[in-house]
Write a protein that binds this ligand. Structure first.
Ligand SMILES: [Cu+2]
Length: 610
């Protein structure tokens, strides 16, 4: 039911500088290993070999980042429906007061473009290339010395309460270099609360876990409500020769080794399936410990990785994690660095939200997949195990990845596809802090009604024949335009055209403001998976692989019952999405969120016409 559009209050104003800065992935000492798991050498910042104690290791040097306010992840903005936010993003990437080595990735012209994923935002504040190349800076992004004021209205699509979401993030979207800029640190968090159902206060609304503290400047913090941004990276070993498609942009880096970059983030623009790292980090730290009280928490998961998909379980272990090299593992099996051989599931996740906000009914899961850019929110009760026994102070619970994904193409093993029970990589350790139980006034259980879905028109099947069809596929030309949509590489100047549909038409991806339509996204290549993201309104999946999933979701994709901004396409899958086009006019994009695919042209422009 659309609410009347009244005047919104003046926005809360934030300023975020895009800065060259340093980041520490761990304060622990490290031991470098080769693909056989054997200890290898290390180098200092001048590229001179240093002696490594094979037991104690050496400190990890700081990596150079391009970060929002100079941190990774960047700032967290807690937003609220009804209270607009204006963020001034200012480019200071030309300044380098610490004279840090910029290495060979990150946009060469130092421009940035920030997208609030997936804010319901006018095109000029959306930070997408289809707008920026035509109307915005008329460039790939905002260059040094420039700023942009992005207005985030915190307004649900159509003014409809059922369209409210709960967890955005903002990240770089600079055309052709999104992957390298995100990987270089341009990630920020933006949970969005709803004064009616989800105010960040477990005494109010739906009583979801969270204790709110309001600050004098209008901002607020919420205890027991924790975003977890997952990101995988590789670190330079000092002996690998740097060679990349983008060599001409980084002439000082090409064709040689960089011992002076030892231990700093290593990137390749064009591993043609997508880039995966072998060190797994949470909120910028590798293998961290999070102390938790014996009560319920809300955990907001975000996959901020370029291509890696995760499948998480909560596990207990008697023996604890072992270094993968000490288990005799080699090669790709060293990815993740640790294994937890005796890990056993000890807790379940109670899912409360997906990309599109709170789900209609809370539901329990043993594990869940997290695809790039996706958000999944869960309540976990750290006072009790799934068998009913209580937790005690000092207990350790491991957030464990059980999806083996040796390259950016797709997983080799997961619960859904040839599960490998020996693949258990601990990513984060929760430590129970104290035996007392702090007050917990939250009230949530499986089956609890959360946010109803917006209604689907009863005659939606009448729209099937004239739907828009987009097929995502690897092209034969290779290189910089390797990844195609409907056979075309991204053209930021025009709206894309559908493949011929059953009605015999090839409609343009130009939709009238206020309209709704069905869009089909087809995975046209057999061996890849694509996390496909559509800017603007969240969609509802109505069909998957030709089957109606509005009543019963596909067992492999239980999140299809919710609204999402990113659809998970297994090899050969197709989905049909019901989408709305309301409130704003102008150009937006849709693209694969495997950022290596996106940066190599797997994106198309579309628009909302008046
Ligand atoms: Cu893709």
């Amino acid at each position: 039911m659309p609410a009347p559009v009244g005047p919104l209050p003046d926005p809360l104003v934030y300023k975020i500088d895009v800065l060259v800065a340093t980041h520490r992935f761990t304060s622990s000492n490290v031991l470098a290993i080769n693909a056989k798991g054997q200890s290898t050498g290390a180098f200092d910042v001048n590229g001179r070999p240093i002696r490594v104690d094979s037991v104690k290791g050496v400190p990890l040097p700081l990596s150079t980042i391009y970060g929002f306010n100079g941190t990774f992840p960047g700032p967290r903005i807690n937003a609220e429906y009804g209270k607009p936010v204006l963020v001034r993003f200012e480019n200071h990437l030309d300044e380098n007061p610490l004279n840090l080595d910029r290495q060979d990735f990150g946009t060469p012209d130092l421009s940035f473009l920030t997208h609030l994923h997936n804010g319901h935002t006018a095109p000029e504040s959306d930070g997408n290339p289809h707008y920026s190349m035509r109307f915005g800076p008329r460039h790939h992004g905002y260059r040094p010395g420039m700023f942009v004021d992005n207005l985030y209205l915190n307004w649900p699509a159509g003014g409809d309460d059922r369209e409210k979401q709960s967890f955005f993030w903002f990240h770089d979207h600079r055309m052709d270099h999104t992957g390298s800029n995100v990987y270089k640190g341009m990630v920020g968090l933006y949970p969005i609360y709803d004064p009616v159902l989800d105010p960040g206060d477990e005494n109010a609304g739906l009583h979801l876990p969270g204790v709110r503290r309001d600050n004098p400047d209008g901002s607020f913090d919420v205890d027991y409500d924790i975003p977890l941004a997952i990101y995988d990276c590789r670190l330079d070993d000092g002996v690998t020769v740097h060679h990349d498609f983008h060599d001409p942009e980084f002439p000082s880096a090409r064709g040689r080794t960089h011992p002076e970059w030892w231990g700093k983030t290593f990137f390749k623009h064009f591993p043609n399936h997508g880039f995966v790292g072998d060190i797994f980090t949470v909120n910028g730290t590798a293998y961290p410990t999070l102390k938790v009280k014996r009560r319920k928490y809300r955990l907001r998961f975000l996959d901020a990785s370029i291509a890696r998909i995760y499948e998480f379980k909560l596990m207990a272990s008697t023996q604890g994690p072992k270094a993968a090299k000490d288990l005799g593992l080699t090669g790709d099996d060293l990815e993740g660095q640790y294994r937890i051989p005796d890990g056993q599931q000890c807790m379940k996740f109670l899912q409360i939200a997906t990309d599109g906000g709170l789900v209609p009914l809370a539901f329990e899961r043993d594990s869940f997949e997290l695809w790039p850019a996706k958000r999944r929110e869960f309540v976990v009760d750290f006072s009790v195990y799934q068998d009913g026994s209580p937790t005690t102070s000092g207990d350790l619970i491991y957030l464990t990845d059980v999806m083996r994904m040796p390259n950016g193409r797709m997983w080799s093993n997961s619960t859904r596809f040839s599960a490998d029970p020996s693949y258990k990589v601990p990513v984060l350790r929760f430590e129970i802090d104290g035996n007392d139980r702090p007050p917990d006034r939250s009230d949530i259980a499986p089956g609890r009604q959360l946010r109803p879905l917006p209604l689907l028109p009863t005659n939606w099947k009448n729209m099937l024949d004239n739907r828009l069809i987009f097929e995502v596929k690897r092209g034969s030309i290779g290189g910089e335009v390797e990844w195609l949509i409907n056979g075309m590489s991204f053209d930021p100047a025009t709206a894309a055209t559908s493949l011929r549909n059953l009605a015999g038409n090839t409609p343009s991806a130009s939709q009238k403001k206020g309209s709704f339509n069905l869009w089909e996204i087809r995975n046209g290549g057999g061996g890849w998976v694509h996390p496909f993201h559509l800017h603007m309104e969240e969609h509802r999946t109505v069909m998957r692989n030709g089957k109606d999933v509005t009543v019963r979701p596909d067992p492999g994709h239980p999140d299809d019952i919710s609204r999402e901004d990113l659809t998970a396409l297994d090899p050969g899958e197709s989905v049909i999405l019901y989408r709305g086009f309301r409130d704003f006019v102008g150009p937006y994009v849709a693209h694969c969120h495997n950022l290596a695919h996106e940066d190599h042209a797997m994106m198309f422009g579309w628009e909302i016409a008046p």
